[in-house]
Design a protein around this ligand. Structure first.
Ligand code: NAD
Length: 485
């Protein structure tokens, strides 16, 4: 057989990274290629002994000051070096992420790897600006503040954007002087191990960065252990709630980036062709496994029928297929667990009078495939509108007035992202102000930048990642007062 693109992927060691060294474990998990279901790698799974080892290593590395005591710009330099090394490995990293998750190679290059490098660059540069300030007080003192790291950070990440969602935690945490234990999702640990190699090569001292592949019980141990000072979690709302409650026992700092059910409002005055393309990419991107997916489309009544017809006609033409084909837009779902959840929703898709478009079988063969599906005329209280499906499924609802659109958009427990498509600039500002979400896009979807914070309101969580706000989440302030009387 001729060599394929997959033969060029160098797999990282399938071991845990603890205290600057690769560590084997008794438990092993087979990592599956989502396109075929075949095992492509074996990765050691942390058990209680390895978790204790990592906790001790991260605590020791924080307390000895080898990292937290460095000048912030020196830490920044090491992060910038890591970004440079990753830039040199970008193509290989993109292939590894595609193999692990099933994401189309076009997007792992353009989005996952590019964003990851950008985030590490951004916080590498921002580190130099970590400084306190001199304060004028009402007493005879010389007073100033210091911005200090929090301590040991446990970064717990989900399966859907392994690289981006770990680097948006690891880069600011390290820039701020913390030490980190990263617990990647059980299904998609491969690029986390590669990041460990790169940070080590860039000069991050032993014990400052550790990776513990494993299941939720590893995360649970980290959340409860008093040696951990901060939890940075991205994942489901249900698990996030449990983490916030458990972390309260030891009063840890917590940020939780959780689920979403984001509304995209299409006004009749929008540039319809562009708005329909935005609506499609907003729900099929990453096969719908996207916390900020535009999974609810609200369309103003005069153009409702036209938009539904256009969506129904277009979704069958979005290229679904092998993630390693350059033209593929929709790959498989990341694993059987996620596919089963989407199928369970689609099995009841016709209930309640919804019109169902698309959703047929993609492949007869192996792998974890789901076709894009549009559900029109759904009611606001249906499970399809209220619950996160986390697959390529779009609900469409009509509205008449701006007030009605805002009420529908804000009418779920979530509040992660929202969007509006309109050519009326005054309306854009007016509606953006009223949408309860951490980020609002006007005439576009999923536009993100390392310089801008994102995060949720309501049951989508709290805390911000990205921008200077994302660095603040890993710092605490100390005041120093020197008596001059
Ligand atoms: P999940 O909550 O099942 O798992 C996330 C991580 O938590 C995994 O590493 C898992 O092993 C770990 N975990 C599980 N139980 C735990 C416990 N009791 N204590 C500590 N850790 C535990 O989420 P998932 O299915 O991997 O990811 C999908 C979810 O993530 C969706 O709800 C999606 O919206 C959300 N998400 C949110 C954002 C955001 O920025 N808000 C981004 C991406 C994904």
């Amino acid at each position: 057989m001729p060599p394929t693109i997959k033969d060029d992927i160098g797999l990282p060691p399938g071991e845990l990274f603890i205290g600057g060294a690769w560590v084997a474990a008794d438990g092993v998990r087979e990592i599956l290629d989502p396109a075929t279901g075949a095992a492509v790698a074996s990765v050691a799974q942390a058990g209680p002994a390895e978790t204790q080892l990592a906790l001790a290593a991260a605590r020791r590395a924080f307390d000895d000051g080898s990292w937290s005591g460095l000048a912030p710009r020196e830490r920044g330099r090491i992060l910038l070096r890591a970004a440079e090394i990753l830039r040199g490995q970008a193509e290989e990293l993109a292939r590894l992420e595609s193999l692990d998750t099933g994401k189309p190679i076009m997007f792992t290059r353009m989005v996952d790897v590019a964003t990851t490098i950008d985030q590490i660059d951004y916080y590498g540069a921002l580190a130099a600006g970590i400084e306190g300030s001199v304060r004028r007080t009402g007493r005879p003192t010389f007073a100033y503040t210091r911005r200090e790291p929090i301590g040991v950070v446990a970064a717990i990440t989900p399966f859907n954007f392994p690289l981006i969602l770990s680097s948006i935690k690891i880069a600011p945490a390290l820039a701020a002087g913390n030490t980190v234990i990263h617990k990647p999702a059980e299904e998609t640990p491969l690029t986390a191990l590669r990041i460990a190699e790169v940070l080590h090569e860039a000069g991050v001292p032993d014990g400052v960065f550790n990776v513990l592949p494993g299941d939720g019980s590893v995360g649970e141990t980290l959340v409860r252990d008093p040696r951990v000072d901060k939890i940075a979690f991205t994942g489901s709302t249900a698990v996030g709630r449990g983490i916030a409650a458990a972390a309260a026992e030891t009063l840890k700092h917590v940020t939780v980036e959780l689920g979403g059910k984001s509304a995209n409002i299409m006004f009749a005055d929008a540039d319809l062709e562009a708005a329909i393309n935005t609506a499609i990419s907003g729900f099929v991107f990453n096969t719908g496994q996207f916390c900020m997916a535009g999974s609810r489309l609200l369309v103003q009544r005069p153009v409702y029928d036209e938009v539904v017809a256009a969506l129904a006609g277009a979704i069958g033409h979005v290229p679904v297929g092998d993630p390693f084909d350059e033209g593929t837009v929709i790959g498989p779902m990341a694993g059987p667990r996620h596919l089963a959840k989407v199928r369970a929703f689609l099995d009841k898709a016709g209930q309640g009078g919804a019109k169902v478009y698309g959703g047929g079988p993609v492949h007869d063969g192996p792998g974890f495939w789901a076709a894009p599906t549009v559900l029109a005329d759904v009611s606001q209280d249906s499970t399809f509108v209220q619950d996160e499906i986390f697959g390529p499924v779009l609900t469409v609802q009509p509205f008449d007035t701006e007030d009605e659109a805002v009420a529908l958009a804000n009418g779920t427990q979530y509040g992660l992202a929202a969007g509006l498509q309109t050519t009326d600039i005054a309306r854009a500002h007016r509606v953006a102000e009223r949408l309860r979400a951490g980020i609002v896009w006007v005439n576009g979807w999923a536009l993100l930048d390392a310089a801008l914070p994102f995060g949720g309101v309501n049951q989508s969580g709290y805390g911000r990642e990205g921008g200077p706000e994302g660095l603040d989440e890993y710092l605490q302030t100390k005041s120093v007062l020197i008596s001059v009387a």
